[in-house]
Design a protein around this ligand. Structure first.
Ligand SMILES: C[S@@+](CC[C@H](N)C(=O)[O-])C[C@H]1O[C@@H](n2cnc3c(N)ncnc32)[C@H](O)[C@@H]1O
Length: 215
């Protein structure tokens, strides 16, 4: 039976290929525009919740051209990047001197229980809602027990789709909490960015989560 008027869901390969194509083509401009962004508040929010003695091993998931890999290494930690854009992966290796795995978020293969923390800055919103439970499960599995996930995403009213060449999903806090709890994370903190502005001028929702235990 054919269901009429049902919007076609874009397939996952198309989502990754078109989104990554955009970042690849605009890699130099993106780096110029973001290399001086101060996200130390987000890095601190991740590191302050990791238990045990530093140095920590951190996965920068969707590391882009490597700004935060370098910041993590400069603080004495071991940082590994994961990035789907070939150009960003090369830029990140050269800028940070870190290992960077070129992988698609939607077809990733990650080692089990390797990381003290996962830093997903402006990255998880590129995962379509229907894949989010699986991807969050994979991130939890690559964290050590009691490891910490940091996420910052542009927030919205739980809508998703294409914005020009990039696919994104824009969650509100309640829905985001629902996804993370269902994936086995416990909330540690959340806040909106940029700091010090009225809420309507804070498009970013940052949140910090602990891997609650056994899968
Ligand atoms: C908004 S940028 C954020 C980059 C960096 N974390 C930062 O804060 O500047 C989103 C990143 O996710 C990566 N990305 C988007 N879709 C991806 C996918 N399917 N697989 C792997 N990386 C992807 C992009 O290439 C880009 O580096």
């Amino acid at each position: 039976m054919t269901v009429k008027n049902k919007p076609e869901l874009p397939d996952l390969e198309a989502i990754a290929a078109r989104t990554l194509g955009h970042y690849d083509r605009n890699a130099a401009d993106f780096w110029r525009g973001t290399r001086d962004h101060d996200v130390s508040q987000n890095i601190d929010a991740l590191l302050q919740h990791i238990e045990g003695k530093p140095p920590f091993t951190i996965l920068d998931w969707g590391c882009g051209p490597g700004r935060d890999l370098k910041a993590l290494v400069d603080r004495g930690h071991v940082a590994i990047g994961l990035e789907g854009s070939a150009r960003f992966a090369a830029m990140a290796r050269s800028y940070s001197r870190c290992e960077v795995w070129q992988q698609d978020f939607l077809r990733q293969s990650l080692p089990a229980a390797r990381f003290d923390g996962v830093f997903a800055n402006a990255a998880l919103f590129h995962v379509p809602g229907r894949e989010l439970p699986r991807v969050l499960g994979e991130l939890r599995a690559t964290l050590k027990e009691r490891g910490v996930l940091f996420s910052s995403n542009p927030r919205g009213d739980n809508d998703e789709g294409w914005r020009q060449e990039r696919y994104g999903a824009y969650w509100d806090l309640a829905t985001w909490r629902g996804y993370l709890s269902a994936a086995g994370f416990v909330e540690l903190a959340h806040y909106y960015r940029p700091a010090g502005l009225p809420r309507e001028r804070q498009p970013w929702l940052a949140s910090v989560w602990r891997n609650a235990g056994e899968a």
